[in-house]
Design a protein around this ligand. Structure first.
Ligand code: SF4
Length: 298
């Protein structure tokens, strides 16, 4: 049954000149049929490099929005309208209110288009240090993840104020000190995501985005990894010796199934649309980030 599903997805993909993009936290069977697997920004950039007419974005809604903003001439479809609980913790009104103190606002890419539209610049977990350093201010606002703000403050020595104060990813805050201490016995590097709590970051050997974690593992061959289980499953399937720091699952990332991908292709439903004025302003903040990142990764 599953192989019939896959065959039909591949047939329709060809017929509709579609491309399937999957985030590293998607179910493994979805990552396996995807044309590209990566983090949200990598995938959006990848989308603009293909000549596909239709993009099936397997991730959560803010990621598909970013793909739509960067590729207005293409049809972006999301199999299931899964909402990221962290992105939902911040809206445009909160950003406007925070900016009343005159400080620049950095929007993590894990935000909705309306938030990016009010931001001075965007950042990813891979380039946040470079982005914060580039701003002509010793104090900046950053949202919605308080732990990414803490990481940026630690690495840049600037004051990075989280907006909202308690914004977080419910998946990454599940790791704690005792998980890291227990994992140290394995004698392999411990690598974690900057959305983890500060005590977890401080005890680990390396902190990076999902794409930086993949690079790390390809270079070192093994690691204990503190992020969503999908990335670890993908690296295991590629033959690397990796273990989870603890098995944590993003429920929203796991909502897409192969059946949903097939239905999205067949019915071309769940088209992602961003109002043009919001898209134009959000694109400016994303492009500013890309200009800063061009010099290399932080
Ligand atoms: S892992 Fe965290 S930030 Fe990513 S989609 Fe899930 S809740 Fe949102």
């Amino acid at each position: 049954m599953c192989s019939n599903l896959v065959k039909e997805i591949i047939r329709l993909k060809k017929e509709k000149n579609a491309v399937i993009l999957a985030h590293s936290y998607q179910r493994l069977e979805i990552q396996k049929i995807a044309d590209f697997v990566g983090d949200s920004l990598e995938l959006s950039v990848m989308a603009s490099k293909t000549d596909a007419d239709v993009i099936i974005f397997c991730g959560v809604d803010f990621m598909a929005e970013t793909a739509a903003i960067l590729n207005p001439e293409k049809t972006v479809l999301i199999p299931v309208e899964a909402k990221c609980p962290m992105a939902s913790q911040l809206n445009a009104e909160m950003v406007d209110k925070a900016k009343e103190n005159g400080l620049p606002f950095v929007a993590y890419v894990n935000t909705y288009a309306e938030v990016k539209a009010e931001a001075d610049i965007c950042c990813t977990s891979a380039n946040v240090v470079r982005v914060v350093k580039s701003l002509n201010s010793d104090e900046v606002l950053l949202g919605p993840d308080r732990n990414l703000a803490w990481f940026a403050e630690w690495k840049t020595k600037k004051r990075v104020i989280p907006v909202p104060e308690g914004g977080h990813c419910y998946v990454h805050v599940q790791f704690d000190r005792s998980d890291v201490i227990r994992a140290k016995a394995k004698g392999v590097p411990i690598i974690v995501h900057p959305e983890c709590n500060p005590e977890v970051q401080l005890l680990s050997d390396y902190i990076g985005s999902t794409s930086q974690m993949v690079e790390f593992v390809r270079k070192h061959g093994s690691a204990v990894i503190g992020t969503e289980i999908g990335l670890i499953e993908r690296l295991k399937a590629e033959g690397y010796r990796v273990d989870p720091l603890k098995c944590v699952i993003c429920r929203e990332m796991k909502m897409n199934t192969l059946r949903d991908v097939l239905r999205a292709l067949r019915e071309e439903r769940n088209v992602v649309e961003v109002p043009s004025d919001v898209a134009r302003k959000a694109k400016r903040a994303i492009e500013r980030m890309m200009e800063i990142s061009r010099g290399g990764r932080s």
